[in-house]
Design a protein around this ligand. Structure first.
Ligand SMILES: Nc1ncnc2c1ncn2[C@@H]1O[C@H](COP(=O)(O)OP(=O)(O)O)[C@@H](O)[C@H]1O
Ligand SMILES: [Mg+2]
Length: 319
């Protein structure tokens, strides 16, 4: 549904500043009915990529195809397949009510509002906006406005939906409703969604696959499942009573995976980062050599937040 090849965007340096290569030759594709998470730290180039995909800014080089149509050569039909909600931008009219906004934007896309009554009803109800249908958009809460903005994008029935930070700054309930709706439109309607987010809970809950960008380049492109597997490191913290002998200390210092995190006469903690469980036994054997009484062994769970940080900060090439 979406094909991107060698996409590059350089913002010209203004007032003596150096130009910024915001997006640096990225290539990827997204299949029909896929929900792709587009992640990366601040300034990684996520918003710039989304803006190029919806035709708001022109790339310096590279190619974008939407549904097989080149975004430059066949701009109008290609963009006809795309709806976007950009970060902080509410694609609606403040003085129209929630329902009028939905009707207006449907009509703008050439859809007959009369035929869309059921859809409008569905989105309003899904987002718990049913009793707000006659309230002007400007009078809605921030979370409601964001939900309405997403509903406006969905009402167009375009096959590709681009969402830049759709749940940023929203309360738990609004974020949950948006996630549920995204899952529904992908599963039931086969639409293709790209969303950027900082929220790893959103990723773990909704995305099948993620692309992680850093400094304008793709550093990982894989399923959430595989990435979690790839980084299936376990972190154990072993705490003993008393202090280590010098033999124990030097044995532990020689182990790359073990770090002494607390070191006092009364209590010692060793953090072990495991790629294979053998190391845990090695550490325990060292501790046993002095009959050090074990106080606790705690395990930290692997989650997507950790995977993300490993890839971005560790510079791991998962792509
Ligand atoms: N209009 C612009 N003019 C100049 N530089 C920009 C502009 N928009 C973004 N940038 C720069 O491009 C880089 C990528 O920005 P952006 O795409 O907004 O990243 P993200 O959405 O991942 O935080 C950043 O270094 C940012 O400062
Ligand atoms: Mg951004």
């Amino acid at each position: 549904m979406i094909q991107v090849e060698g996409l590059t965007k350089v913002y010209p340096g203004r007032k003596g500043k150096v130009p910024v290569k915001a997006v640096d030759g990225i290539s990827f594709s997204v299949g029909e009915g896929e929900l792709l998470g587009f992640l990366g730290p601040n300034g990684a180039g996520k918003t710039t990529t989304i803006k190029m995909l919806c035709g708001l800014i022109r790339p310096n080089s590279g190619r974008i195809q939407i549904g097989g149509m080149d975004l430059i050569q066949h701009r109008i039909p290609a963009l006809g397949e795309v709806s976007a909600v950009l970060e902080g931008n509410r694609n609606m009219y403040w003085r129209l009510t929630a329902q009028e906004n939905l009707e207006f934007f449907a009509a703008l896309r050439g859809l007959n509002p009369a035929h869309l009554r059921a859809d409008i009803q569905h989105y309003l109800e899904f987002f718990n906006l049913g009793d707000k249908r006659d309230v002007e958009a400007r009078k809605l809460s921030r979370g409601m406005q964001q939900k309405l903005a997403i509903a406006v994008a969905l009402i167009s029935q375009s096959k590709v939906i681009l969402l830049d930070e759709p749940t940023l700054g929203l309360d738990v309930q609004a974020s949950y409703e948006i996630r549920q709706l995204l899952k529904e439109i992908v599963k039931k309607q086969g639409r293709t969604v790209i969303l950027t987010t900082h929220d790893m809970n959103v990723v773990q809950d909704t995305c099948g696959r993620v692309i992680i960008v850093n400094e304008g380049r793709i550093v990982a492109n894989d399923s959430v499942h595989n990435l979690l597997d790839l980084f299936r490191v376990k972190v154990y913290t072993i705490t003993i009573q008393g202090e280590l002998t010098s033999d124990q200390r030097s044995a532990l210092l020689a182990m790359e995976e073990a770090v002494i995190t607390e070191d006092s006469p009364f209590r010692t903690s060793i953090c072990v980062r495991l790629e294979e469980s053998q190391v845990l036994y090695d550490v325990l054997r060292v501790l046993e050599s002095n009959h050090s009484p074990l106080e606790s062994i705690d395990q930290e769970q692997n989650n997507f937040e950790r995977v993300f940080l490993e890839i971005v900060e560790g510079g791991v090439q998962g792509a």
